[in-house]
Design a protein around this ligand. Structure first.
Ligand SMILES: [Fe+2]
Length: 230
């Protein structure tokens, strides 16, 4: 088992402070209480590189954002992406909007634990949430040419749901239409060589081809294909 803690000594992360997170928070006023330079999560980009794919590690710290659980900023992109829980637990929130970014067509929540992997289908907005009182460590492979869009979440103060302490959730009133939240669980895809046993960092490029050619795989690697409804 690869120990990513040593990264903190060796490499410089891209930290996300509370001040930077302010536009996507349910409770932006907590910045004054907790301190604007408090780090919510650290991203170590390009820990590994297999042209054109990049492998990153994210540490989400157990810093409550008022009654909201600690989370990443949230973004969306066309290219597919694969993520893994290295340690701890995560809630992955996925939403897909209509032409109007305030109208959400689909919203999903995935609770995943150590070793589990998920593919984020094309064009979904994604947020990673730490539902525990310990650090959550995530890893991902993605195409290094991916253009991520952070604007929708920024303009609408986060995703269409807020995830709160004690398993509660709240609709974000800045959205015009918010569908019922559907809960999913991650699924192994042995035909793509995707299993929960093998650590993502050790995946050969032949198992990651879908990250290189999104057009070829975007209609195959859908929510229905990649997840089980619960
Ligand atoms: Fe992403």
């Amino acid at each position: 088992m690869e120990n990513f803690q040593k990264l903190k000594l060796k490499k410089k992360p891209q930290p996300r402070t509370l001040e930077e997170m302010k536009p996507v928070l349910k409770n932006p006023e907590i910045t004054e209480k907790i301190g604007s330079d408090k780090i919510i999560y650290d991203v170590f980009r390009e820990v590994k590189f297999k042209n054109p794919l990049r492998y990153d590690i994210t540490f989400i710290y157990p810093v409550m954002l008022g009654d909201e659980l600690p989370k990443t900023f949230g973004h969306c992109h066309k290219n597919l992406e694969i993520m893994e829980v290295v340690s701890g637990e995560v809630l992955w929130f996925l939403q897909k909007h209509d032409k109007n970014p305030k109208v959400i067509k689909e919203a999903y929540l995935i609770h995943a634990k150590k070793g589990e992997k998920v593919i984020f289908p094309s064009d979904f907005g994604t947020i990673s949430i730490n539902p525990t009182t310990k650090e959550t460590v995530l890893s991902n492979w993605m195409n290094s040419e991916t253009q991520s869009n952070y604007e929708f979440n920024k303009q609408l103060a986060g995703g269409c749901y807020y995830f709160l302490d004690g398993g509660k959730l709240e609709k974000n009133q800045n959205y015009e239409k918010v569908p019922e939240l559907i809960r999913l669980k991650p699924k192994e895809l042995p035909e793509f060589g995707i299993t929960f046993k093998k650590q993502l960092i050790n995946y050969p490029i032949k198992n990651l081809k879908f990250l290189i050619d999104t057009k070829k795989y975007e209609n195959i690697l859908t929510i229905e294909k990649c997840y089980t409804k619960i």
